[in-house]
Design a protein around this ligand. Sequence first.
Ligand code: ZN
Length: 181
Amino acid sequence: MLTKEVYEKYSAEAAKYLEKAGIAITEKERAEIQVAEYDLGCVEKIGLELVVYVNTERCCAKELVLLPNQTCPEHRHPAIDGKPGKEETFRCRYGKVYLYVEGEPVEKTQVAPPEGEEQYFTCKHEIVLNPGEQYTIMPNTLHWFKAGEEGAVVSEFSTKSMDEFDIYTDPRINAAGKRNV
Ligand code: ZN
């Protein structure tokens, strides 16, 4: 559980990064920035901040902020009721994002999973996104991502987000029911 103090610190920090990326949000959106910490209690290393623009039956758009070295834990979006899972496109707006998906592993990844959590980060096929670069993750494909030293702002365009069905590699996150991306 995030305390009010921690929530305020991280949402304020995220707002600064959105500004650095030149992304305007309304006061209401600012007040509704979400801080995902997956109930793990280590938001400085496993966590991220989000602004949800839209999430309808068919489309979803979000802004994701990863503070320096913050990591989104490995997960996939499975099919639900015979419908394909979420397809998502990540476009880097600021900083650098190290994205790892299923596939041919690289010999040495450029960033490491959060210390002590390595067992829950199995994908080693590396995609590095700089501002203006993007990558599309097809449904039910395992993925995780981490910001570099200067943090990152990432626009996410996707089909409907149904976070409650996402499957994380770390069983503690599934048990806690805290899912966001
Ligand atoms: Zn995802």
